[in-house]
Each structure stands twice: as structure tokens, then as C-alpha cells.
Design a protein around this ligand. Structure first.
Ligand code: ZN
Length: 198
């Protein structure tokens, strides 16, 4: 028996495609949208479309920005010779929230995973190597401590060792498989301070 009309079913289906949204949550969200004032729904839809149309990757570090360069890369007060390599934008946000890292970032948008068929060419590695042609003192690898994160760290280390740039890995205080965004600030700072050369 179909409980809902076609339109509601379509809405539920769309929500259920979002990460972390199960069928129950999708129903709840869809019914919530139906009960919202029409203007709110219009504004919501417009904000989503505007974001999709106007946000793109920073030309330098590949985080998301409204401009050509993100506010971190465009900030002359940051240490542009120290680059922290992270897997995704959420990890960047976690480190940025500590307010203690003064360098800049490089977002890989993934990690090498032979199991999932993700190779070095599928993440922003070429772009990282290109940045090293400028003046860089240190590359801090802050990929996750999962198998994929470690594989990626080793790959990057081998890749840039020959350039003479110092390569360090954040300390293993980060729980195995732990997403950086779920880790508290103290642990992150300790991992950063305890980084070692690889
Ligand atoms: Zn940037």
C-alpha cells in the first residue's frame, strides 16, 4: 500500500539519497518540508541552487570558496611555506577550528584506496606537487589513520621526498579509522605538535 502521494514519495527518495539519511529520516524531512510555509521552501531551494552554482574549489588548496582563492590562501598573515595535507574539507575545518595552525592547507578530496579503485590520479596529488614548485618548507600529512589514509601518506612521502621538502606525519594519537572532524581539539593539537618526519 502506498502511504504517500507521488510527490511526497519523490521528495522522500531525494532525501534518502543524502549521506547519513535513512528511510525514516527521509520521511520526517519530507513531511517537514510539506508543512513549511511556501516562502521558506522557496528560500531553501534558492540557497541550495545558489550554493551549487557559486561555490567552487579554491585554485590553490582546493577547499570550497565563493572566490578564486579561499580566505586562508588569500591571507598574507598565514605561513604559506607550511602546507597541511588533509583528505577532505571537514578535516580542514577541524584543524581550522583549533585556531592554532598558521600554515595553509591542501585538500586531496579522498585517499588512495586500491580496494575502492581510487588511485593517485583520482585525488588532488598532481596539484600538490605543482605547489611544491613554489617556496615550501614543510608538508604536514594529516590524512586519517585508516588504511587508506596511511597508504596515501606513504605515497605522498615517497612522491615529494626527492624534492628536498621536509615531509612530516601527524602523530598517531588520532584513533585508527577516526575521522579528524570527530576528534577533539586537544587531540588534534597534540597530533600536530607530535608530528614526525617520514
Ligand atoms: Zn585555498
Amino acid at each position: 500500500m502506498d502511504l504517500y502521494s507521488g510527490h511526497i514519495n519523490q521528495l522522500i527518495e531525494q532525501f534518502a539519497k543524502l549521506p547519513g539519511v535513512g528511510n525514516k529520516s527521509a520521511q520526517r524531512l519530507a513531511l517537514h518540508i510539506i508543512n513549511m510555509p511556501k516562502e521558506h521552501v522557496q528560500r531553501f531551494a534558492k540557497v541550495m541552487l545558489d550554493a551549487r552554482e557559486n561555490i567552487h574549489y579554491c585554485k590553490t588548496c582546493y577547499t570550497l570558496t565563493d572566490n578564486e582563492e579561499c580566505t586562508i590562501c588569500a591571507n598574507a598573515k598565514r605561513d604559506h611555506k607550511t602546507i597541511m595535507v588533509v583528505e577532505n574539507i571537514r578535516d580542514l575545518a577541524a584543524y581550522e577550528k583549533t585556531g592554532k595552525f598558521e600554515g595553509v592547507y591542501h585538500v586531496l578530496h579522498g585517499a588512495i584506496s586500491p580496494m575502492l579503485g581510487v588511485g593517485p590520479a583520482d585525488i588532488k596529488l598532481k596539484e600538490l606537487v605543482m605547489r611544491l614548485e613554489g617556496e615550501v618548507d614543510e608538508v604536514i600529512i594529516a590524512t586519517n589513520s585508516s588504511l587508506e589514509g596511511e597508504t596515501t601518506a606513504m605515497y605522498i612521502s615517497k612522491l615529494i621526498k626527492s624534492t628536498g621538502v621536509r615531509v612530516t606525519r601527524i602523530a598517531s594519537g588520532v584513533p585508527v579509522g577516526g575521522d579528524l572532524e570527530c576528534i577533539d581539539e586537544m587531540t588534534l593539537l597534540r597530533a600536530l605538535e607530535g608530528r614526525t618526519e617520514i
